[in-house]
Design a protein around this ligand. Structure first.
Ligand SMILES: [Zn+2]
Length: 328
């Protein structure tokens, strides 16, 4: 676990990350509860929906808080972020299938509907997708797509190093050559029944932890530039903001939402499950996307693009983080 974290972040960043978690996530659930509620309220004010993938163990420790956050499901939906927060791409296929079974059982036992998955650390492989499909889930959202909005040559050397470490670990596809659109997973010779909905980079971790940005205008600038490229292509922008960083990024997120709102019905504000349901109804597993020439009509109501808010809940209290070190 520790070696894995060092590989993904580097030892110095890991120490700094430990301090950041300590200062943002409290011993009690109060700080995260406020962050989550603030996140959902901001989304609601702009007619947006949020998908919060959460580990089943965290849900099991804080069911009342998460059930209240979800409410009637009109604004917030939850998805499975694993049973534990581990790199499932390193586990044998049967072990992951068992973890997924246990996670789904926890969601069921707390009466929380969920149809989708996001892998911890965004680490996935073909076995993992096959297990998700086998479990009857509708979508996965673990493949990052990097929009070319960061001028790496203009970064400080430390920022460049931190960014390189993250990109080597997360392996995003370049948006220049990969559409930010849902696609059916499955072996090359057979189309599966599970949708992959790519998540857009840069995310909050890249901007706040790796590039060390704190200015709302700068953070919003990167997100809006990436969204604009996505919107011009008529694709789906899935923004990732971990709720623990919501207090740091709320002003930036508000600028993004304001920008999206100005485009009115040209942007379909949806949750991940909305996107999965719509895509299935329009482009079932046997069909292929009609392509950019017929991008109009790709989204509901004649919208040009789709905008989804998402934020992985890795922990509610410091104890949830601590438990991860002994694999719980
Ligand atoms: Zn996570």
């Amino acid at each position: 676990m520790l070696a894995h974290l060092i590989r993904s972040k580097g030892p110095f960043a890991l120490f700094r990350r430990g301090y950041a978690i300590f200062s943002r996530v409290g011993v009690t659930a109060g700080a995260m509860d406020r962050a989550l509620t603030g996140f959902a309220e901001l989304a609601a004010r702009y007619g947006a929906r949020v998908t919060f993938p959460v580990t089943a163990l965290t849900l099991d420790r804080h069911p009342a808080l998460l059930r209240a956050l979800r409410g009637d499901g009109a604004i917030v939906e939850l998805a499975i972020h694993g049973h534990r927060h581990v790199d499932y791409s390193l586990l044998p296929a049967e072990a992951f299938a068992g973890e997924l079974d246990r996670a789904a059982a926890v969601f069921r036992s707390h009466g929380i509907p969920c149809v989708g998955f996001r892998a911890p650390y965004l680490r996935w492989n073909a076995d993992l997708l096959a297990a998700l499909e086998q479990a009857g889930l509708a979508y996965d959202s673990s493949q990052p797509i990097l929009w070319p909005v960061i001028d790496t040559a203009a970064l400080e050397p430390a920022q460049q190093t931190a960014l390189r470490t993250l990109l080597a670990f997360d392996r995003p596809e370049p948006a220049e050559t990969t559409p930010a659109l849902p696609f059916w997973t499955g072996a090359a010779d057979k189309t599966g029944n599970l949708l992959e909905i790519p998540v857009s980079f840069p995310d909050d971790e890249m901007l706040v932890e790796r590039l060390r940005l704190s200015d709302a205008g700068q953070i919003a600038g990167y997100w809006i530039a990436a969204f604009e490229q996505c919107h011009a292509r008529g694709e789906a922008f899935v923004l990732q903001l971990h709720p623990e960083r919501f207090p740091l990024c709320a002003a930036a997120l508000e600028r993004v939402l304001d920008h999206v709102e100005r485009l009115g019905p040209a942007v379909w504000r949806a949750s991940l499950s909305d996107v999965a349901t719509w895509w299935r109804s329009q482009h079932g597993p046997a069909a292929t996307d009609p392509g950019p020439s017929s991008a109009r009509g790709r989204w509901p109501g004649g919208a040009t693009s789709a905008f989804v808010l998402s934020g992985d809940i890795d922990a509610i209290t410091l104890w949830d983080y601590a438990a991860r070190f002994w694999g719980a």
